[in-house]
Design a protein around this ligand. Structure first.
Ligand SMILES: Nc1nc2c(ncn2[C@@H]2O[C@H](COP(=O)(O)OP(=O)(O)OP(=O)(O)O)[C@@H](O)[C@H]2O)c(=O)[nH]1
Ligand SMILES: [Mg+2]
Ligand SMILES: [Zn+2]
Length: 364
């Protein structure tokens, strides 16, 4: 197996050379791709196949946040040991693209869902999961990390005649302009169109709610039941069928990342992603009277005018404003939290100082 078959190209080769010239003084470093991540355990695949890997002490020590840790799709500098049956990840090559989301909980931190993905298929099933607003969120998420978003509609076998046309026209009417493929894993209809869209050496990712059929698609493409699929579970009932993120090399040369369904879809500091996902509104915004127009109440707002004229879908406009607000909020709370951490640090230090035992003066 050649590293190019795993998606390596001149961009990453250059980064690897820079890393080799850098200060990372570890003998026998090799380049490999992270193919699976499951709670701190990794698989990496290089020229000699796939082996389990751990991260080096230095990497785990210097990683300031989850964002700096390996994600599926990352290119890594690894050192093999135990006669090549295991590896240590010493460093990551810079990411060309990434999919990230806010970690669960109040902390403002990112979790990288996948790295170095070329195209993200946002998977929605036609049986009730389909939702324009959620679709927009996923599109923002992909655009923010420099990934091309596309839409994959599944379970079209469950639709009545005419339903698919209605869904597709709803997508167009809402202003979303991403390439779309509709398919059924049951009847196989449309699967050939997906296969044609997957190019060798390119990395694709399946993204979407639990139960929409992501893993079923993967199984179809590999032509076996290699990966576990499951019936839909009730929201809040915990486990997804797919627990770990993994990258699979398909027979025809494309690379595909399957991910567990997402319950919470945070958007973080996604300013750029939003503009790229709403190019129609971004273009209109350049015609607003004020450069810092929030498009909510200002006079001379070209966006509000277009909504009033019915040129921009009202729901799409609301969604845009909401995402912008959210991104601004997350961005602000991130900055604030860092400042607060520093102040707290000073506070703790002063408390510790005050509590330090003082020389006993009573006996003097
Ligand atoms: N009718 C119909 N059912 C499908 C189709 N695709 C998948 N399913 C079923 O939907 C259920 C969920 O499929 P999975 O592939 O496990 O869903 P998933 O998106 O991987 O879910 P998570 O791993 O939990 O994120 C399974 O029972 C599949 O058999 C389809 O095209 N039509
Ligand atoms: Mg799955
Ligand atoms: Zn405006």
């Amino acid at each position: 197996l050649n590293l190019r078959d795993l998606g390596l190209d001149s961009w990453f080769e250059e980064k690897a050379e820079e890393l080799e010239r850098g200060e990372l003084a570890v003998p026998g470093l090799r380049i490999a791709r992270v193919t699976a991540v499951d709670r701190g355990r990794y698989l990496v695949r290089g020229e000699e196949g796939e082996v389990p890997a751990e991260i080096s002490g230095r990497l785990s020590f210097t990683a300031e946040s989850a964002f700096a840790l390996p994600a599926v799709g990352d290119w890594a500098a690894v050192q093999y040991h135990s006669s090549g049956t295991a590896a240590i990840i010493h460093a990551l090559l810079p990411r060309r693209t990434f999919l990230r989301r806010k970690s669960a909980g109040k902390d403002v931190d990112f979790q990288v869902i996948a790295a170095n993905v070329d195209v993200a298929f946002v998977v929605q099933s036609c049986d009730g999961d389909f939702n324009i607003r959620r679709l927009e969120r996923y599109i923002v998420m992909a655009n923010e990390g420099g990934i091309e978003p596309r839409l994959l509609l599944t379970k079209i076998d469950l639709l009545a005649p005419g339903d698919l046309e209605r869904i597709l026209s709803e997508v167009v009417r809402s202003g979303i302009a991403v390439p779309t493929i509709a398919l059924s894993n049951l009847s196989g209809e449309g699967v050939d169109r997906l296969e044609e869209a997957l190019l060798p050496g390119k990395t694709y990712c399946l993204l979407g709610s639990s139960g929409v059929g992501k893993t079923t698609i993967l199984n179809r493409l590999v032509g076996s039941e290699a990966f576990a699929t499951g019936p839909l579970r009730r929201i809040g009932k915990g486990k997804h069928t797919t627990a770990r993120r993994q990258l699979v090399l398909l027979e025809r040369g494309a690379l595909l990342v399957d991910t567990p369904g997402m319950r919470e879809l945070g958007v973080l500091a996604a300013g750029e992603g939003i503009a790229a996902s709403f190019p129609d509104i971004a273009l209109l915004a350049s015609g607003c009277r004020f450069a810092d127009c929030s498009h909510r109440s200002e006079p001379g707002c070209a966006v509000l005018e277009a909504v009033a004229r019915g040129e921009v879908d009202e729901g799409r406009y609301q969604s845009y404003v909401k995402l912008e607000k959210e991104a601004a909020f997350h961005e602000m709370s991130y900055v604030e939290r860092r400042a607060k951490d520093r102040t707290l640090g000073r506070f703790y230090r002063s408390v510790l100082k005050a509590k330090r035992p003082r020389p006993d003066r009573s006996s003097q």
